[in-house]
Design a binder for this molecule. Sequence first.
Ligand code: SF4
Length: 437
Amino acid sequence: MKQKIPFLVVSDCDGNLFELPPYLMTGMSLMTPLVPGPSDIIELPFGSNLYMLSGRYPIGFDPRTKLFTEITEYEGNPLYAASAFMAPAYMQLLRSAYGTYPKAPRLPFYSYSALGWMRGKFYVSGIRVDDDERQDLCHVDLGLIQKKAQESVKKFKTNRLVRHLVDNCVCKYGCPAARNFVLGRWEAPLPTSPSCNSGCIGCISKQPETSGVVSSQNRITFVPTPEEVIEIAVYHLTHAPRPVVSFGQGCEGEPLMCGELLEESIKAIRKQTDRGIINLNTNGSKPEIVKRLCEAGLDSIRVSLNSARHTLYDKYYKPRNYSFFDCIESLRIIRRFKRWSSVNYFIFPGITDSRMEIDGLSSLIKDVHINMIQTRNLNMDPEWYINELGYNLNNTECCGLTAWLTRIRTDFPWIKIGYFNPPREEMKQKHYEFSSL
Ligand code: SF4
């Protein structure tokens, strides 16, 4: 009979990954192990990374006993759990199933998707949610990127923001958006703010030493001038195909902390070109500034939320001098201006698809009428996240993330579920209920 469920993939202590029959691939929803159904698995997307999870032992389903089993050793040697960090545009359906040894280190800032092996190929529990290929690795030519990066530095000789994008974002972090800027295509980043008014536990640009996890990118160390921002933005918007320029990047704090700079820049950009989309990725904490940016010509906004419930939001974002309700008000304002509103919504199997979270998200959508949900696999140690939220582990009433997708699409048919800030061309598609463009 043809095998339908992959075997579990595990790691030895040197990071060598291998399948472990007869154990079947096993994922986790909250803290409950599950075998993914055939429709919940896909071949490992090109551009994904594989990891050994140090300090964690795998949990696999044993078809002989029909039990989930903790597997701590193999042929007398210790075994470790393995997982995949999926390429952009894919949504995790189940996280890797493992148990944690005492004193295990926190896992670094990646998402950890369940991983299996079948008929000579790796499989993950995930689904592609965006057809846009802007960050697909097949479009990445590292040699060309280096050449174009140096050309950008020469072209914009005195622009410190270009220097930052090339020296840090392209050369150190391999940022897909910065790579696309130097290649002159699609979405380009406009980082501006060294500071932030949130204290996200999973912040990738700033971590206290006590967290035990290093931030994967450092924040920009200066506030660029309006001229530096305008020069990059106008060039990109007038030359790139399907152009988007976005404030709010992984290498900065919160762009609304630089509201006046953004306002002045947007006004000047729109005096020079009406092409493309000016977008703001933000925590949405300052609705009065969002209003001024809309008046200046902002086209779209993406507000990040780990949860549609303020209680869980507060525990993750630790907001300073603003509240969850300010973020919702920012989304309302952008809709009042009939611009495009997205939520950057963190996906965590067992929490996102829980009844209470679906109720919270449904209320938010009905209230604000957002255009899009951009799904983001939560990039942090899952158990650290659960503990910080103080999440009730008995709350296991959830429908599964495939059913969650179906439900959101059915209940709110105008909503685009995807991964990237859309270009203007995509916003015009009729079912996106977007009347201002
Ligand atoms: S809002 Fe962004 S920059 Fe600010 S703490 Fe959170 S993740 Fe970090």
